[in-house]
Each structure stands twice: as structure tokens, then as C-alpha cells.
Design a protein around this ligand. Structure first.
Ligand code: NAP
Length: 263
């Protein structure tokens, strides 16, 4: 099987990398905070000291990093070590502008696929993510993406997956924020929360309500604020501007899952 370098072992990257390792792929991993690689080393992954060392012998490179600054910083370190014929998949949520900037730095003969994901840590662990793929998908890219979850083909344009990810995640974050306010309104009106929840669950916000009470997810409020910021920097979105202000006003929740907004 192809040799994979996996860079970024945060809440999402660690279970995704572990899933690929258990599928039999030879894996070399790197993370800025080196200690987070220990569980994978114990499971048979090689641990690299630098991004360049991680990608040097890889057929496929996968990155799962926090934000545009992280993706660009890691790109600085890994791009000079990419061999012609290597395929790079970026699964981070960074938006299409950053993806196109990464693509502009590629050496000759290297492909980049943007493949951000919907679904949280629970679905990362079981290979049940919803993968939004843009740009070229030669083998082994397509096969490895299918290992991570169900793939939506966003077309051949690099950055199309990153763009659709911003649309979908902002709809979810906005839906959760609205659901939290509906629950708050119900409390202010003296309605039993069970009644409000049951009836909201019968309407069009049922999915947002389920996400508001999700238990296996860990999508921190600070990453949600990053995603709303990427959206509001792109288009006039006054409702999401208000959601962004609300998220940034809760530094106490910054590392807690989005569902913590319901208080
Ligand atoms: P996370 O737990 O905060 O992990 C972030 C990763 O980025 C860590 O490996 C971190 O390294 C690394 N990183 C941050 N800044 C860096 C820098 N300047 N240089 C090098 N590495 C850096 O985040 P996550 O939950 O795994 O999310 C990762 C990405 O997936 C984000 O774009 C997020 O929006 C997206 N996403 C998250 C979820 C979710 O439910 N959590 C779901 C779908 C998509 P350290 O360990 O050294 O800090």
C-alpha cells in the first residue's frame, strides 16, 4: 500500500491517522507538539521530527491543521521536500483562498486536492466523515479519500471543496446559534424545555437541534469562530456577523464543543 505522511494530529487528525493505520497504510506522522504522536507510535506509525522528514519518502501527504496560518506555516516546511509524483490532500478547513495559495506553491509534478470534512471526532475515528473534494483526484487519492468517509465530488477546480465546506459549516453554526436562541426564548416564555425540544425536532431545524445536543462531537467554539470569520470576510453576511460576535464573546467556551453554547 502507498506510504502516507500525515501532518497535524489534533482532535481530528489523530483519529483520522489512526483509522488509516488500522486500514494497513504505512504511516509516518508529524505534529508540532510532538507528544501527540505517541499513541500512533505505539500502534506502529513512524514519527518524524520535521514536516520535511515526514514527507520525504511519502507517496501521499495528508494535512489536517487548525487554520490558514497553520496550513501556510506547515507548507513552508514541507513543500521543498515534496518529490515529483507525490499527491497532497489538505483536509483542514482553511477556505478556497488559502487552498489556491497552497496550490501556487507546488513544485512541478505534485498534485493538491482540497478535501475538508464535515463530521467530528467520532466520525473521524470510524471512517464515516463527509469529505468535500475539489481539484484533481488521481489514484491513490480517490481510494484514500473513500477510506475517510463518503466523498462529495465538488468538481475539478482546486478550492471548490474548501468553498463548499465554508457554506455547509456556516449553515450548521448559524443553525446551532439560532437553535440556542430559540431554546432561550422558550425559557424566557416559561415553556418546559422538553416540550420546546420535541416540537423544534419536528420542524426544519431538526438537524441543527440534534447538533446542539450532540454528545460525540468535539468542534471547539474557537474553530467555529474561525470558520465564520472566513465566511464573513468573503461576502456581506450580517446574521453570521452577529453569530461571529457571539462566538468571540465567549472565550470561556473557546476549547469546548459548539454544543456548549446552549449553556
Ligand atoms: P485541533 O485539535 O485544534 O488541532 C489543530 C492541529 O493544527 C494540531 O495538530 C496543531 O498542532 C496544528 N497547528 C495549529 N497551529 C499550527 C502551526 N502554526 N503550525 C503547525 N501546526 C499547527 O483542531 P481539530 O479539531 O483537529 O481541527 C482541525 C481542522 O479540521 C480545523 O481546520 C477544523 O476547523 C477542521 N474540522 C474540525 C472538526 C471537529 O469536529 N473538531 C470537524 C471538521 C473539520 P499542536 O498539536 O501542536 O497544537
Amino acid at each position: 500500500m502507498e506510504k502516507i505522511a500525515f501532518l497535524g494530529l489534533g482532535s481530528m487528525g489523530l483519529p483520522m491517522a489512526r483509522h488509516l493505520l488500522s486500514a494497513g497504510y504505512p504511516l509516518t506522522v508529524w505534529n508540532r507538539t510532538a507528544g501527540k504522536a505517541a499513541p500512533l507510535a505505539g500502534a506502529g506509525a513512524a514519527v518524524a521530527a520535521t514536516p520535511a522528514e515526514a514527507v520525504r519518502d511519502a507517496d501521499l501527504v495528508i494535512t489536517m491543521l487548525a487554520d490558514p496560518a497553520a496550513a501556510l506555516a506547515v507548507a513552508d516546511a514541507l513543500v521543498p521536500a515534496l518529490r515529483p509524483g507525490v499527491h497532497w490532500i489538505d483536509t483542514s478547513t482553511v477556505g478556497p483562498d488559502t487552498v489556491r495559495e497552497l496550490a501556487g506553491r507546488l513544485p512541478e509534478g505534485v498534485t493538491l486536492t482540497d478535501a475538508p470534512v464535515m463530521g467530528s471526532v467520532d466520525r473521524a475515528a470510524t471512517g464515516d466523515l463527509w469529505v468535500l473534494a475539489g481539484g484533481p483526484r488521481p489514484e491513490p487519492v480517490a481510494t484514500v479519500l473513500a477510506r475517510l468517509g463518503q466523498v462529495t465530488d465538488c468538481g475539478p477546480d482546486t478550492g471548490a471543496g474548501a468553498a463548499l465546506k465554508l457554506v455547509l459549516i456556516n449553515a450548521v453554526i448559524g443553525g446551532v446559534a439560532l437553535t440556542v436562541e430559540a431554546l432561550r426564548l422558550g425559557r424566557a416564555l416559561g415553556l418546559p424545555e422538553d416540550l420546546v425540544r420535541t416540537e423544534l425536532g419536528k420542524g426544519p431545524l431538526a438537524g441543527a437541534l440534534a447538533r446542539t445536543f450532540a454528545e460525540g462531537a468535539h468542534f471547539p467554539v474557537e474553530l467555529a469562530a474561525k470558520d465564520v470569520s472566513l465566511a464573513t470576510a468573503t461576502a456581506p453576511l450580517p446574521i453570521l456577523d452577529a453569530v461571529r460576535a457571539e462566538l468571540l464573546a465567549r472565550p470561556d467556551l473557546s476549547r469546548r464543543d459548539l454544543s456548549a453554547l446552549r449553556g
